[in-house]
Design a protein around this ligand. Sequence first.
Ligand SMILES: O=P(O)(O)OC[C@H]1O[C@H](O[C@H]2O[C@H](CO)[C@@H](O)[C@H](O)[C@H]2O)[C@H](O)[C@@H](O)[C@@H]1O
Length: 244
Amino acid sequence: MSSLPLPPDLDALDREGPLALFLDFDGTLVDIAPTPDGIAVPAELAQALCHLRDRLGGRLALVSGRALDDLERHLGPLAIARAGSHGSDCRAADGTVLGAAPAGLPETLLAAIHDFAASEGFDTEDKPHGAALHFRSNPSLEGKGLAFAEHFASEHGLQVKRGKCVIELVASGADKAAAVRNIMQAAPFHGALPVFVGDDVTDEDGMRAAAELGGFGIAVGERPSDNARYSLESPAAVQHWLGL
Ligand SMILES: O=P(O)(O)OC[C@H]1O[C@H](O[C@H]2O[C@H](CO)[C@@H](O)[C@H](O)[C@H]2O)[C@H](O)[C@@H](O)[C@@H]1O
C-alpha cells in the first residue's frame, strides 16, 4: 500500500486553473495481463476518454510505451493528443507530429534483437520505434535480457527502458519527459498545470517533467515512486478518479 495520499478531486483541480492530464496506458488505464495482446480494454473506454478530453478543453494526452498503431488497435482511432513508443512518436489530437519526427530502429538492428530473443526464449513485440523483449512467461530470463540489452544499446547508441517483465531498446533521447514537454508546448496545453498518472518506472520521467512545469505526478499501484505527490491503488481507482 502506497504511503502517498489520494489526489484531490479532478473537478476541484480543474477549477483551480486549466489542467493538462497525461495518462499512461498499461497498468494505469488497463490492468496488466499475461501478454501485450491479452489486455481487457473496456468497450466504452475510448468514448469515455473522448468525454474526458472535452471536459478538460482538449488537454488530455495518452503517453504509452506501446506504438501508437498498437494503442489504436485496442482503442480505435484516437482524436486525443498522444505519444507512443516511450515518447518517440508524439502527436497532437489531429495527428500532427509534435517535436522531432520519429526515428525507427534500422532493420539490421531489429533482426539482431529478434535473433537473440528467439535463441533465448523471449517473446518479442514489434514496434516501429523500438523492440521489446518480454519475459513474463519466464522471469528467469531477466538477467540475460538486461545484459544483452545494455551491451547492445551501448554498441549502437540506443537506450534501454525497463518495465514490468519487459526490457526495451529505443532510440536515444526518447522518453516520457520529452513527450510531456512537446505536448505542453502546443495548444491547448500550453500554460496549463500538467498532471502525469502512471504505474511504471518509465512514467517517472513523465512525472518529473510535470513537476518541472509546475504540476505533479500520481503513482498507480504499489511500486514506490520518486516523483509522485499522490497515489491511486489500481487502474480501477484511476478510472473512478477520472469519472470514466
Ligand atoms: O507505457 P505503458 O502504456 O504502460 O506501456 C508499457 C508497456 O506495456 C505493455 O507491456 C506491459 O503490459 C503487458 C500487458 O499487460 C504485459 O503483458 C507486459 O508484461 C508488460 O510489460 C506493452 O506490451 C509494451 O510495449 C509497453 O512498453
